[in-house]
Design a protein around this ligand. Structure first.
Ligand code: ATP
Length: 328
């Protein structure tokens, strides 16, 4: 490998997700393996603007693979949206002798990277880190698998109490624009109904289906709702609507919220982070830029960053069909 870049930086940006630490560790260790200096940037683009840097060695990432959150902290930076902010960031990188950047984050963070590259021709490589799994060019984003398992385990626990009290529970999971978490956790936890932004089930149909499952002998039910569901009602309004129409049920709401972002990453996310981190460093030191590394058919692949930002992952039709059959 003809090494074109001798000093790189890594940062986490946007919303945090489990597996970000494992990815930092992988980037730092891969850089050490290729005898490339690596700098950690705290608080994403804001830390870049403020020159909040720390040198990282293979030993500085000991004992973090299993930790949620991100040791480099994450942030959203309004200042980086301005030309002046990006100019300061560039000066800091130049002064430190950094020649390439690994961005672990979501599509907003990648957009920042593309803009920065277009202005300063600065090499950037993206690693998709978000629990929503809404980034084109990878079957899995970092943290998604952990979030699925966290949400599923929470729903399992809610089911215990639902079945003890003949209750109907609406459980809201994360996913403003994408129903991947809701669909998968709903199927995995055996939910009676799953409401996702990609499909408008219709309130009448939902009610009919809940009545049907009541008639078939079910005394408790779980409805998993993605936060971005298109019914036009939030999860509390949905619960009120069902309670009015099915007075035989006691209806309760549980919003899982930020707990889904935390926790120790699953083995899948740790392995994914390790694979993506190595490939990101290899691409960067080989002089590549403006690509995101991801997973496709269990192979590590790269996708043009702009495509990754603009493209959309579509919901798995086969899983929707399975879900319909399971909720019969
Ligand atoms: P999440 O999936 O959690 O939302 P994200 O990476 O999409 O993560 P954003 O808040 O959208 O998170 O973006 C993170 C940061 O990237 C922003 O705070 C900003 O600093 C930078 N950024 C986003 N869009 C742009 C842009 N058009 N130009 C410059 N910088 C940008």
């Amino acid at each position: 490998m003809g090494q074109k870049v001798k000093k790189i930086a890594v940062m986490t940006s946007g919303g945090d997700s489990p597996g970000m630490n494992a990815a930092i560790r992988s980037v730092v260790r891969a850089a050490a393996y290729y005898r490339t200096e690596c700098i950690g940037i705290y608080r994403g683009y804001q830390g870049m603007i403020e020159g909040d840097f720390t040198p990282m060695s293979a030993r500085s990432v000991n004992n973090i693979i299993h930790k949620g959150g991100t040791i480099l902290k994450s942030a959203r930076s309004k200042e980086f949206m301005t030309k002046e902010g990006r100019a300061k960031a560039y000066e800091n990188l130049k002064e430190e002798g950094i020649e390439g950047l690994v961005i672990i984050g979501g599509d907003g963070s990648f957009t920042g990277g593309v803009v920065f590259n277009s202005e300063y021709n600065f090499p950037v490589i993206g690693i998709p880190g978000t629990i929503d799994n809404d980034i084109y060019g990878t079957s899995h984003t970092l943290g998604y698998d952990t979030a699925l398992n966290t949400a599923m385990e929470a729903i399992d626990k809610i089911r215990d109490t639902a079945s003890s009290h003949n209750r109907l529970f609406f459980v809201e999971v994360m996913g403003r624009d994408a129903g991947f978490i809701a669909l998968n956790t709903g199927v995995g936890a055996g939910a009676e109904e799953i409401l996702i932004p990609e499909e408008d089930l219709g309130l009448e149909r939902m009610l009919e289906s809940l009545k049907k499952s009541r008639r078939s002998g079910k005394s408790s039910s779980i409805v998993v709702v993605a936060e971005g569901d298109k019914s036009g009602k939030n999860v509390y309004q949905l619960a009120d609507y069902v309670e009015e129409n099915m007075p035989e049920y006691e209806v309760r709401v549980s919003v899982l919220g930020h707990m889904q972002r935390g926790g120790s990453p699953t083995c899948f996310d740790r392995v994914l982070a390790s694979r993506l981190g190595v490939r990101a460093v290899e691409l960067l030191i080989d002089g590549k830029s403006n690509v995101m590394v991801g997973l496709k058919d269990n192979e590590v692949v790269s996708t043009d960053l702009e495509k990754a930002i603009k493209g959309q992952n579509s919901i798995d039709k086969e899983l929707l069909r399975v879900s319909d059959i399971m909720t019969t």
